[in-house]
Design a binder for this molecule. Structure first.
Ligand code: GLY
Length: 467
């Protein structure tokens, strides 16, 4: 990794990013930030989020702007705020101030972009209005980001290569997001019991609001839709109306995003009552054993697939030890039997997006020449590359009882011989457990950026019982 100091200016960081990109391509690049998307009228928009590729090379979340990169030069295209904007939005930085801050060599109005667009490559932006602007200004079809073609494909590969490993400026931001996310989870744990279990049980929404209020109080936003649920078996559950009952496990997957767009992603699972039941504790400890074993393996050169398979094996062995599965762990994993209870991949890249670079599809997550497997136990693996110094990945094994899987007739029949359904019934008080941390690959191994948030069951209980 480059040796940036804390005081490295934004302009210097961006110049170094352009230098790295310019070593991989020899054509100009135009990256758009995107626009406000109106809800029903222009002045009532959804929250704006600049495209991550723009953010990486422009450094600031500018709305309706574009940058043109050629070699190491940076040109900024954006309009001066309209006079009426001062009335509704107040004074904003001038384009010249912005250009200076990001080290732009020149500033133009947006309408001048077309005359600078010859032979330029781009990445398709997700919002439709900007996407049409891209095709119009480049005067050619622009394929969606997850299926780029021609020079856009070459650009997507080059950007992937530059963004896969984080520089020191990115890491400063990622650490800030991790620190605030840790506080949010600590707050969530404390609130669950100290304010709950009275005559009127708390709802998931109250814990969610307590956690998100920590993020908002730090002038950050949520990096993704928070998952705070007693139905942890619904992997991306965005409902918050359920009451928290004694005996429930609450799964919280909540992460902050800094103003510059850098994300954290943590999941913890805790008992609403402050004490895991014996069955919950058995399964929690299996997931934790998988989490710890996987983190132990994170270092340069290790295949992320092997880390996923390690999680699967530890979980399969744990379930054999509990009498839920029958057989040898390695055989069970080969048959994908672990995926009955751990159906997703062990994690993903983390950076400017919670699933970093996933707008480019498997181009980023999968090493060139590798394709996604259709196997039950591998099809949701989002990262299939050897780890490199500077990559930030999540490690997030889990155990879930998903009706749609466990009641599916074909799966039941396929795994009839290896599942002890009667024994499984004794674990009915566990719907979903996931434990997730953000792990930086370092030259000598790894650093868990979210390590300050405990994972051990007894320490989690203690935090939930804290006033
Ligand atoms: N933490 C949400 C996700 O990984 O999709």
């Amino acid at each position: 990794m480059e040796d940036y100091s804390d005081r490295t200016s934004l302009a210097a960081t961006l110049r170094q990013r352009r230098q790295r990109l310019s070593k991989l391509i020899d054509f100009p690049v135009i990256l758009w930030s995107g626009q406000w998307i109106p809800r029903n009228f222009a002045a009532n928009p959804f929250p704006f989020r600049a495209s991550s590729h723009f953010l990486y090379f422009a450094g600031l979340p500018l709305e309706n702007a574009a940058i043109r990169l050629q070699g190491t030069s940076l040109e900024l295209f954006m309009d001066e705020a309209a006079a009426s904007s001062k009335l509704w939005h107040g004074e904003t930085a001038t384009r010249e101030d912005i250009a200076k801050k990001i080290g732009a060599d020149a500033v133009f109005n947006l309408c001048e972009l077309q005359s600078h667009s010859d032979s330029a490559a781009t990445v398709a932006v997700q919002n439709v209005a900007t996407y049409w602007q891209q095709t119009k200004i480049l005067n050619r079809p622009v394929a969606p980001a997850n299926a780029p073609t021609g020079i856009d494909l070459d650009l997507a590969k080059a950007i992937t290569s530059v963004r896969l490993c984080h520089d020191a400026s990115a890491l400063l931001e990622l650490r800030k997001a991790a620190a605030v996310t840790i506080k949010a989870h600590q707050t969530g744990m404390r609130v669950t019991k100290s304010q709950g279990l009275a005559e009127q049980p708390l709802s998931e929404a109250v814990v969610r609001s307590a956690m998100e209020s920590v993020i908002i109080a730090h002038n950050m936003s949520c990096a993704y839709g928070s998952i705070v649920t007693v139905h942890g078996e619904v992997l991306h559950n965005h409902q918050y109306q359920h009451p928290l009952q004694a005996g429930d496990l609450l799964l919280a997957d909540v992460g902050a995003e800094t103003e510059m767009g850098w994300a954290a992603d943590i999941t913890r699972t805790w008992p609403v009552s402050g004490k895991f039941s014996p069955t919950q504790r058995d399964l929690y400890d299996i997931v934790l054993a998988a989490h710890d074993a996987c983190i132990e393996q994170v270092r340069p050169g290790v295949e992320y697939l092997d880390i996923h398979l390690l999680a699967a094996t530890v979980i399969a062995q744990g379930l054999v030890d509990l009498g839920i599965l029958r057989g040898k762990a390695s055989d069970l994993v080969e048959r994908d039997a672990h995926a009955l209870f751990f159906p997703h991949g062990v994690g993903h890249l983390l950076g400017l997006d919670v699933h970093d670079l996933e707008d480019l599809g498997d181009l980023s997550g999968y090493q060139q020449g590798r394709v996604r497997s259709s196997r039950f136990g591998l099809s949701f693996l989002r990262l299939h590359r050897p780890l490199q110094t500077g990559m930030l990945v999540t490690i997030e094994p889990g155990f879930y009882q998903v009706r749609a899987i466990l009641q599916e007739p074909k799966l039941r029949s396929k795994y009839q011989d290896v599942v002890n359904w009667e024994r499984l019934n004794q674990f009915a008080d566990v719907r979903g457990i996931r434990i997730e941390d953000d792990v930086l690959v370092t030259q000598t191994g790894n650093e868990v950026l979210t390590a300050a948030l405990p994972t051990k069951a007894t320490v989690i209980e203690h935090l939930v019982n804290s006033p």
